[in-house]
Design a protein around this ligand. Structure first.
Ligand code: ATP
Ligand code: MG
Length: 363
């Protein structure tokens, strides 16, 4: 008897929606369908704008939540058609929503999504708002993917780490036992994308080619690496509130060549990911990369040299395409919730205990 769940992820990169249908009854978890639907430029711009306070933002946030929910529903309906399934075949949809604020220290995180509307538009059970329960229990509400990384990728006798390189990068340490840890380690693609959008008017620096045409600026790299976030011990999480162009501009003199700044931003992501692994994943032998940043050839080659003699591979080598890991994690988290099982790892988020995450909207 198949056990289908849908996972929908749209992360801090604001690139679009990754969607999967997974059958959890199959050994090794089978994907029935997957898709990536880019956001229309106007949607991306409004979501980026809503990351900061602005005029009439409550109304605009509600409208944007409905708009993005219609995009999620379109992804769901195209997945169902692809897999020749109907909503009745799906146990639940796990939908992350679009983060526009993440302030665990102030007791909240905000993901735009209208769960009621998604249930109406798809006719399926929808689970969303995964992060706030962990924050209510004293945690960071992030990262949530380590529990899934553990369920999916832990191998007894082998010390692995998983690095998801989304807008923000996060590390999961899998020592081969239940002693799993994880945390956000800083910028993944966020600053690289923002600088590329400003100077090349393209969404991202494909394969890190532009970065590789420039030369790292050691002084700039040193000022960026000195950022207080990198000195904090886990549990920790971060987002666009902190790592954005305003922060970068504070460290620029103004006469740098844009390609050299891009080279420096690439080095910043690689350096801070590698430092986090060396410091907090002691004894790791193989590091598996996932998320869109794993497609950045320049970033992967820098990481490979910084982390040698440890092996750096992609999660594809473990049977999961790098673009599907995060969406699969939210399908898995939905399944946990529907089965009244916890989704957070207190050792990762700092919550007082395990919690069943999210809110359930019935069809
Ligand atoms: N070929 C490529 N070369 C360079 N960068 C790429 C390539 N393909 C994807 N990317 C990067 O990956 C990003 C999208 O990654 P992803 O969807 O994993 O991030 P996300 O949506 O922020 O997710 P999250 O923050 O939740 O992990 C793009 O914005 C881009 O920066
Ligand atoms: Mg994405």
């Amino acid at each position: 008897m198949p056990e289908f769940y849908i996972g929908l992820m749209s992360g801090t990169s604001l690139d679009g929606i990754d969607a999967v249908i997974a059958d959890f009854s199959a050994p090794n978890l089978q994907l029935a369908a997957h898709s990536h639907q880019p956001f229309a430029p106007a949607v991306r711009e409004e979501l980026a704008a809503l990351n900061h306070s602005g005029r009439d933002e409550l109304r605009r946030a509600a409208i944007a939540a409905n708009e993005i929910t219609r995009c999620y529903a379109a992804s769901v309906n195209s997945l169902l058609a692809q897999a020749s399934l109907t909503a009745a075949d799906i146990r639940a949809i796990g939908c992350h929503g679009q983060t526009v604020r993440h302030q665990p220290a102030d007791g909240y995180t905000l993901q735009l999504i209208n769960g009621s509307l998604l249930a109406e538009l798809t006719g399926a059970t929808v689970i969303c708002d995964f992060r706030n329960r962990d924050i209510a229990a004293g945690g960071e509400g992030a990262p949530l993917v380590p529990a899934f990384h553990h369920a999916m990728f832990t191998r007894a006798g082998e010390h692995r780490a998983i690095v998801n390189i989304g807008g923000i990068a996060n590390v999961t340490d899998l020592p081969g036992s239940d002693a799993v840890t994880g945390f956000d380690c800083g910028p993944g693609n966020l600053l690289l994308d923002a600088w590329t959008q400003r100077h090349l008017k393209q969404p991202f620096d494909r394969d890190g080619e532009w970065a590789q045409s420039g030369v790292q600026i050691p002084g700039l790299l040193a000022r960026l690496v000195a950022d207080e976030f990198f000195r904090l011990s886990p549990p920790k999480s971060t987002g666009r509130e902190h790592f954005n162009l305003t922060l970068l501009e504070q460290h620029l003199h103004g006469d740098e060549k844009p390609a050299d700044v891009q080279a420096t931003l690439l080095a910043l992501s690689a350096r801070t990911i590698a430092d986090a692994i060396v410091r907090y994943c002691k004894g790791v032998t193989t590091i598996y990369l996932c998320g869109g940043g794993a497609r950045n050839v320049g970033l992967v080659s820098l990481l490979t040299s910084l982390l040698a003699p440890r092996q750096v591979r992609l999660t594809d080598a473990l049977g999961v395409n790098v673009d599907h890991v995060e969406a699969l994690a939210f399908a898995w988290l939905a399944r946990q919730t529907l089965n009244s099982q916890p989704g957070n790892l207190p050792a990762v988020t700092g919550a007082r205990g395990e919690r069943i995450l999210g809110a359930i909207y019935r069809p």
